[in-house]
Design a protein around this ligand. Sequence first.
Ligand code: FAD
Length: 323
Amino acid sequence: MSKKVLVLADVRDGELRNVTLESLAAATKVAEGGVVTATVFGSNAKDLVEKLSHHGADQVVLVTDPALDQYTTDAYFQAFKQVIEKVEPDVIFTGHTAVGRDVSPRIAARLGLGLISDCTGLELVDGKMVFTRPIYAGKAFVKKAVREGIVFATIRPNNIPALEADTSRSAVTEELDVQLEKDSLRTLIKDVVRKTSDGVDLSEARVVIAGGRGVKSADGFKPLEELASVLGGAVGASRGACDAEYCDYALQIGQTGKVVTPDLYIACGISGAIQHLAGMSNSKVIVAINKDPEANIFSVADYGIVGDLFEVVPMLTEEFKKV
Ligand code: FAD
């Protein structure tokens, strides 16, 4: 049966995050000929319509109130709720990102919906949507379906491939004049100051080069940064490296950090504590570099290199430069 599917676009620095395109692919799969609507917030929302339509949106609902230029819980919640009331979807998807993780449970609670979070897979079984999601910090997976009512799910980045862009597609665009109760917005973002070294977004990167306490200093991250730059990847870290002040906590991967599922994860000088594995063990190919052959990281690695990271990483960089 055809369905109306709504996808909340996740925008970072004025660009759509990949997970939005991946959510549109999921939406196209489950719509079964129905309408896929994307909604995008902020003053520059119009600039994003074309890309949304090329990747599967049949309809785009724009909410251009400048109060939505930066994410705040209250403003996004109010706008998203009004879009949902207008579109009346059968299915709602958001990315399992900082935005999706914050706004989706709030929407689900207020609208009395169930929410399946952090989905890594989606299949149609006898016409029913069945979602796969990790449990026990990624050690096992469960399959879940919604018995009745609106299906609401957050999609983990890098798991459901986005559709190839079809430049012949266009979308019906509608601007929705949402009513934000300005007095009830508890936060007002005046300015965003980003670190200069942001580069590739860690949670969506296809390649992650992660450093642990084995890098020994902030300078010890330099060879990892070079390898990441040659591979077009992002640099991540263990909590050990963050606690030792070798890098910022924004890079932390694991149970209390970011969850990443890149195509290639290279762990450099990371022992492989269970809390670290929780954030990266579902990566597609894992390479571990550690001078201790007994390090636990080798238990999840597809390829292990026993050696000094300060010798191995520059060698890899030189070899990849030749490719
Ligand atoms: P270590 O365990 O000290 O390992 C360093 C490794 O580097 C060693 O294996 C060593 O052999 C190797 N090494 C040293 N020198 C070299 C060299 N020159 N070349 C190659 N290898 C070398 N951790 C996380 O990462 N993410 C989390 O989200 C997280 N959440 C936590 C939550 C809780 C509640 C708790 C209690 C802990 C959490 N931790 C987390 C911490 C975790 O338990 C570990 O302490 C941490 O992951 C260890 O970091 P590490 O592997 O960098 O350091």
